[in-house]
Every structure is written in structure tokens, then in C-alpha cells.
Design a protein around this ligand. Structure first.
Ligand SMILES: Cc1ncc(COP(=O)(O)O)c(C=O)c1O
Ligand SMILES: [Zn+2]
Length: 406
């Protein structure tokens, strides 16, 4: 790998290790901290950034790269399929049911491969291309693998994608249709992770990882969800954001993104962040409720949820997540699959919006939080619909069928 064409934006200064606080040169260091193996976070000097509401209003709402100054790489070098710039849809029926001023759904299903994973892969594959990689590799629950296959194809790189067998048909099929090398592991995302590590270690050439928190760039791409939400609300931070949480990349991204807008004076505050999980795999919620600073892994035999994207039993970045939730004044909530799938059907019927089974955990989580009296009646609540309903159509249809015959 070479670094000759590795171009960065002016404000992007270093990669900061979240564990040992050492700073590293992004032209040289590609993945985790060379000193301690910790997660690296792109660190920006915003003092020279002049991004105003007026300036943003002159830019077309066409992709996440319109926030170029706050991203690691210049837009002209981006490996892009027009990701981001998704609608924020008002959901008046949900607002009424939850007893709040407004509910909005950030519809990430409108992304090129149908999920918010496109934002992270656009940033990470841009880094891979800039570092002169020939191929990218990752394990994923499904959607990130499909996204990586698409962006690798766009950048003319090979892709090696490790998915658990429970990943959906669409994700597996599209990964192969994009020309990636698909490997399916028996079991869970952690088993796909084991296969990934064993195979990459034995590979002849270097595979550039675009795996969660192994590359420093996925949460940085996803922070544009935070930028967009704030801009779409007229440069106001919502009171609460409820996010279907697996590895927590998107939640940390939203926290970072709105934080940058606050530091630039574009918004006054940050939203309270709520991690929503399925009861059948809720390590972050369990840790939050017990006051722990990191999660305990859920044993594979105890995972019991149809929500594939958040069936993440061992989210390595949980200390960061728990910190962000705490700092934001938010919380964590788990709901049973039945309530989650019901919520997807409710949104499809009352608002006309197609919500993925995984994503519906945010909707049922918000219902539960409303029930517990967490929201105020003048609150604005944003729910992340991280992926399109048609990604999980089998699960949703089976649920509707069961309800009708019950
Ligand atoms: C649709 C969907 N939502 C949410 C998640 C969880 O993502 P995160 O790692 O950001 O918590 C995933 C991950 O696979 C997903 O596919
Ligand atoms: Zn370190």
C-alpha cells in the first residue's frame, strides 16, 4: 500500500486514540492505534472552518459530502454513490400516540444500497482507495457487507465480505451481484468475525479492513446523519434521538456530528441519545441499566431476536457508547421482538413509511420510553430508520401472517 494520493481536508488533523490519547498521522496509520490497539477517532481543528447556515443553504442537498469541511477527505476524491441527504419525515400519528410535540423519522432507507451503512462505507472505502489498497474486507451482520461490496465496485477494488448465515437474502445476493467474494459463516456476526480474522491473517496480500471501529472512518461518515438532522430541523437539535443499536457506530456518529455543529455555533445543544435494542440481544441496555462502564457479551446460545442488524452480542465499543449516552443525558431501552415487528407494521400503516425490522426497534423503543414518561409533551423526537423495510420483508410478512392467524 502507498499513501501518495492520500488527500485530507484542512480541518482533519490527526487520528486520536480513544484509549491512550496518542495522536497519529492519518497518511501513515490506517487502522487501530499502533501503540495500544485502541480505536482511532478522526480529530478536527474546527477553528478555521467557516460553515454557516447561509452557506449550507447555497449547497444542493445531494449527498453527505456537502459537509466536506467536516469530513476527512475532499469531496472530489470521495468514492460516492450519492449517499446521505435522506429525508426527515414528520410522523404526526406517532407524535400523537407518544404524546410529544413532534416525531420525525430519518429515512436512511433512501440510501444507495438501502441503509445508513452507505455513509460509513463511502468514507472508509475512500480511505482505502487513498491509501492505495487493492481490496477491502469486513465481517458484518449483512447491510454493511452489501454496502462495502457496492463501494468497492465503485472504486474498482476487490471486496471480501464475511456474513453470518442469518443475514438476509437481499444482503447476500447483492454482495455477490456487486462482484464481492462472499463467505457465509454458520452462526452469528461474531462467528463471521472469527472467520474474517482467521482468513485475513492467512491471506497472501493485505486486505484493507472497513470493519466497525477497525477503520477509523465509519462513524465519521455516519456523523453526517447528525449534521443533516440538525439542519433539517432548522438548525435546532432535537430533544431526543432513538437509534437501533448494534455496534453503536451510528449512535456515536450522531453524537459527534451534532457536537461539531454545536462547536461551530450552528446549534445550541445536543440531543439525548437513546440506544434501542431487542430484548433477545441487549448487551448495551443491560450494561446501561446495571451502571456498568462496558457490556458483558451475550452468549451465542442466548441470542433470540429476528432483528439481524442489532443482533450484535459483543459490541467492542460499548464503553464509548455508554459514555456518549451518559454525556447526552439519554438512556437505553430494550423491547421484545413482537413489539418491534408490530411497530414496523404500525409505521407502515399509519405513516406509509417502510421501516426495516431491525430499525423498528427504535420505534418500539420510543413507544416504551414514552410510556415510561421519559419524553416531555413539547419534545421533538427523531427516530432513525437505519434501513429500508424491504431488506427484511420476509420477517415482516411472516409477522403480519402470524398476527392474522393468531
Ligand atoms: C439496518 C441496521 N440498523 C442498525 C444497525 C446497527 O448499527 P450500529 O453498528 O451503528 O449500531 C445495523 C447493523 O448492521 C443495521 O443493518
Ligand atoms: Zn492507543
Amino acid at each position: 500500500m502507498g499513501s501518495q494520493s492520500f488527500e485530507t481536508t484542512t480541518a482533519f488533523e490527526t487520528l486520536r486514540c480513544v484509549d491512550c490519547d496518542e495522536h497519529h498521522d492519518p497518511a501513515v496509520v490506517t487502522h487501530q492505534c499502533p501503540d495500544c490497539g485502541g480505536i482511532l477517532d478522526p480529530s478536527y481543528d474546527l477553528s478555521g472552518v467557516e460553515l454557516t447556515a447561509e452557506e449550507l443553504a447555497t449547497r444542493p442537498f445531494d449527498s453527505m459530502w456537502r459537509y466536506e469541511e467536516l469530513l476527512p477527505f475532499p469531496r472530489e476524491t470521495a468514492v460516492s454513490l450519492g449517499e446521505g441527504a435522506t429525508p426527515l419525515l414528520a410522523c404526526p400519528s406517532l407524535a400523537e400516540e407518544m404524546g410529544v410535540e413532534a416525531v420525525y423519522l430519518k429515512d436512511e432507507g433512501r440510501n444507495p444500497t438501502g441503509t445508513f451503512k452507505d455513509r460509513g462505507q463511502s468514507a472508509a472505502v475512500t480511505a482505502a482507495a487513498g491509501h492505495g489498497a487493492d481490496s477491502v474486507a469486513l465481517n458484518s451482520a449483512g447491510n454493511a457487507g452489501q454496502a462495502a461490496a457496492a463501494y468497492a465496485a465503485r472504486a474498482d477494488l476487490a471486496a471480501h465480505v464475511f456474513l453470518p448465515d442469518r443475514a438476509g437474502f437481499t444482503q447476500k445476493a447483492m454482495t455477490e451481484i456487486h462482484g464481492a467474494d462472499l463467505r457465509v459463516a454458520d452462526g452469528e456476526i461474531t462467528d463471521a468475525g472469527d472467520a474474517y480474522w482467521e482468513t485475513t491473517a492467512a491471506a497472501d496480500e493485505e486486505w484493507y479492513s472497513t470493519k466497525t471501529f477497525v477503520t477509523p472512518y465509519r462513524h465519521d461518515g455516519k456523523k453526517t446523519m447528525g449534521h443533516e438532522i440538525a439542519e433539517q430541523l432548522g438548525f435546532e437539535s432535537p430533544d431526543a434521538v432513538v437509534y437501533p443499536t448494534g455496534g453503536g457506530v451510528g449512535l456515536l456518529g450522531v453524537h459527534k456530528g451534532v457536537g461539531e455543529f454545536r462547536d461551530l455555533g450552528l446549534v445550541d445543544d445536543r440531543p439525548a441519545l437513546y440506544a434501542a435494542q431487542a430484548e433477545g440481544c441487549a448487551p448495551v441496555v443491560d450494561a446501561w441499566e446495571s451502571g456498568a462502564t462496558r457490556h458483558e457479551a451475550v452468549p451465542a446460545t442466548e441470542i433470540d431476536t429476528a432483528c439481524n442488524g442489532i443482533a450484535v452480542p459483543d459490541p467492542g465499543a460499548s464503553p464509548l457508547l455508554l459514555d456518549a449516552i451518559d454525556e447526552s443525558g439519554g438512556g437505553a431501552v430494550a423491547t421484545p421482538d413482537r413489539a418491534i415487528l408490530d411497530a414496523a407494521v404500525t409505521v407502515a400503516r399509519s405513516e406509509g413509511i417502510e421501516v426495516g425490522a431491525t430499525c423498528a426497534a427504535a420505534v418500539s423503543g420510543a413507544f416504551e420510553l414514552a410510556e415510561r414518561g421519559v419524553f416531555g409533551d413539547d419534545d421533538t423526537v427523531v427516530l432513525l430508520n437505519t434501513g429500508a423495510g424491504n431488506k427484511d420483508v420476509d420477517t415482516l410478512r411472516a409477522h403480519v401472517g402470524e398476527r392474522e392467524t393468531a
